[in-house]
Design a protein around this ligand. Structure first.
Ligand SMILES: [Zn+2]
Length: 305
């Protein structure tokens, strides 16, 4: 992996669609943003247009989606849009949104990816900062776990195991780059038909339909069109993982291995990593130096996270 400049979107992108949980139509604009600004969400429907940075320190809840909040600004279901930014290497963007939830689109990241690629991606006049994993760290919740370990490349591996025969046991792994990410981007969110009924009773998933999720029963996929990939479920779990872990604020260089993980585990894991970041992560701009001289690169970068 070579050193990279920071990137933003080349021009304004407009997206609108139904929000999964509220069922309302939301309009979202993605605008270029300056170096080191990160991904900032701005609630243009609220007085004073408050904003919230997409960062682990602002995660508010992880109940069926990832929600960030700061003051009055609260945004839900950011994970697929965040995955699109992370997978395409977008470091900086301003996301203006006129409601509390990112539109679900088709349940995947592909609509965001397509629009960003159509608008173009601009290189900026500053080097990207990476978080290089210095030592292995594992976080467990019940039978689910996620771990990071040092590696020269950014690699994600996932295994899932569901009772539904339609899903079953699946595993998938890939080195994160733009091309391999595009192979994940079309994988859709999924749920069990019993969960759909429970969510509706709780006033959630009001915008949900077979148009924006794969719905399974105990034995089969209920969508008439079937799956986009045989292993669409595990691909989608990886997509969520890529989106969620980008909330650390800089791309990880390391190997991420997850078993049965989801938004709640990702958030708890990231909070634990963040509180041990000085020990676990080195902030590195020039990955070339790191490769040739090991530890000196962390020193050359001047600081730890
Ligand atoms: Zn998802």
């Amino acid at each position: 992996m070579a050193s990279q400049r920071q990137h933003t979107v080349a021009r304004r992108i407009e997206v609108s669609g139904v929000a999964l949980h509220s069922g309302k139509v939301v309009r979202l604009e993605i605008l270029p943003a300056g170096i080191n600004s990160g991904i900032l969400f701005k609630r243009v429907d609220l007085p004073g247009m408050p904003s919230v940075l997409a960062h682990v320190s602002n995660i508010q809840s992880t109940d069926l989606n990832t929600t960030i909040a700061s003051g009055e600004a609260k945004i839900s279901t950011i994970e697929h849009l965040m995955a699109a930014f992370a997978g395409l290497g977008i470091d900086n963007a301003l996301v203006k949104i006129d409601g509390p939830e990112v539109p679900v689109m088709d349940g995947s990241a592909a609509p965001f990816v397509d629009r960003i690629l159509a608008a173009g991606i601009s290189s900026q006049d500053a080097l990207r900062r990476y978080f290089v994993v210095r030592e292995a760290f594992e976080f467990q919740m019940g039978d689910k776990w996620i771990r990071v370990e040092p590696s020269d490349v950014t690699r994600f591996e996932m295994e899932i195991d569901f009772k539904s025969k339609a899903i079953g046991r699946q595993s998938y792994g890939f080195d994160l780059d733009r091309e391999s990410f595009i192979g994940l981007a079309g994988s859709r969110t999924f749920c069990h038909v019993n969960d759909v009924n429970a969510m509706r009773k709780a006033g959630l998933a009001l915008g949900g339909s077979l148009e924006n999720a794969v719905v399974v029963s105990d034995d089969e996929v209920l969508n008439p069109e079937g799956l986009r990939y045989n292993d669409e479920f595990v691909r989608h779990k990886l997509l969520d993982c890529v989106g969620d872990l980008s909330l650390l604020g800089a791309p990880l260089v390391g190997r991420v291995i997850a078993y049965k993980s989801g938004h709640g585990l990702h958030a708890s894991f990231m909070k634990a990593v963040w509180s041990h970041r000085h020990q676990l992560l080195a902030v590195v701009e020039d990955l070339g130096i790191r490769r040739s001289s090991g530890k000196t690169a962390a020193a050359a970068a001047g600081a730890t996270a």
